[in-house]
Ligand binder design. Structure first.
Ligand code: G3H
Ligand code: 13P
Ligand code: ZN
Length: 326
């Protein structure tokens, strides 16, 4: 990108203040992934209407999909839209699962207020060195940095982890001190995507490893922890998808009760992507199945957007506890 822009110029906020308030208030900031206009409109509408601070986040794939210049103006538009709705909620633009220093630098230059450098698959010392490098760069511009220790099962962007490796609590203090990160993603049994647990007939979703979370909290008291892979995989959507021609047997996520417990702890940021994807897919499938002659995307994407607004409000109000905190 030829010209650079700071997140402050776009009206965005970094995450420092958001996390400090979430930590003392016992709630979590929602981090919703988006790739397109309708998803972003829904996030802004729902968060403005529930007065929830929000992190809008994009993966490397989403950035390529949306176009980095377009993204900058979408983020700026998101802030303006919220203000026109009469809302002053803080909005952060975050890079999800950054995999190189160069990508993080490019995002800082194009107006992101927060970046994740995911070195979780690297040997410990290499993860520290890479994360430290990003922190040193990003902090010059007051951009916050999220690091990760431990590997989630499933697919972390292009890095596939067959099995999860839980975060080792004995490493977190050293990692935070040596890297200077502003928040830390940990692995306590969640995974990305819509198939988080392989359950046998009649089996229940196993509890997350709250014991590991508590051990981490003890070693870095008051430090913001991030939970990835936190979609509930809303069964109403899975059923709609299956009813209208889809095939998503065995899709299952993290029960809301467990997310409520996490949000009340040192977990200050909860990442949600899959639930939004499911809501959109379910509503598009339903709309097209019931209206086979429809070919105006505003009709079926409008339905999807309305459902996303409903979902996000529900999460802010009854799961993360972020409603009214903006
Ligand atoms: O953690 C990964 C996010 O759900 C983003 O996924 O790389 O397909 O955009 P993506
Ligand atoms: P889900 O796949 O559970 O929505 O997780 C998203 C995520 O962690 C993005 O980084
Ligand atoms: Zn993630």
């Amino acid at each position: 990108m030829a010209d650079t822009v700071s997140y402050q110029e776009l009206g965005l906020s970094n995450t420092r203040d958001m996390f400090a308030k979430a930590m003392s208030g016992g709630y979590a900031i929602p981090a919703y992934n988006f790739n397109n206009l309708e998803q972003l409109q829904a996030i802004v509408t729902a968060c403005a209407e529930t007065s929830s601070p929000v992190i809008i986040q994009v993966s490397k794939g989403a950035r390529n999909y949306a176009n980095q210049t377009m993204l900058r103006y979408m983020a700026m538009g998101a802030v303006q839209m919220a203000r026109e709705m009469g809302s002053q909620i803080p909005i952060a633009l975050h890079l999800d699962h950054g995999d190189t220093f160069e990508l993080c630098k490019s995002c800082v230059e194009s107006g992101f207020s927060s970046v994740m450098i995911d070195g979780s698959h690297l040997p410990y010392d290499e993860n520290i060195a890479l994360t430290r490098r990003v922190v040193e760069y990003a902090h010059q511009f007051d951009v916050c940095v999220e690091g990760e220790l431990g590997v989630l099962a499933g697919i972390e962007d292009e890095v596939e982890a067959e099995h999860s490796t839980y975060t080792k609590p004995e490493e977190v203090e050293d990692f935070v001190a040596r890297t200077g990160v502003d928040s830390l993603a940990i692995s306590i049994g969640t995974s990305h995507g819509a198939y988080k647990f392989k359950l046998k007939e009649g089996e229940e979703v196993p509890p997350l490893r709250f014991d590991i979370l508590e051990e981490c909290e003890k070693r870095i008291p008051g430090f913001p922890i991030v939970l990835h892979g936190a979609s509930s995989v809303v069964q109403e959507y899975v059923q709609l998808i299956n009813r209208y021609g889809g095939k998503m047997d065995g899709a299952v996520g993290v029960p809301e009760e467990q997310l409520r417990k996490a949000a009340a702890s040192a977990v200050c940021k909860i990442n949600i992507d899959s639930d939004g994807r499911l809501a959109v897919t379910a509503k598009v499938r339903e709309h097209l199945a019931n209206n086979p002659a429809e070919f105006d995307p505003r009709k079926y994407l409008g339905d999807a957007r309305n459902e996303l607004i409903r979902l996000i409000k529900h999460k802010n109000e009854t799961v993360l506890g972020s409603a009214g905190k903006g």
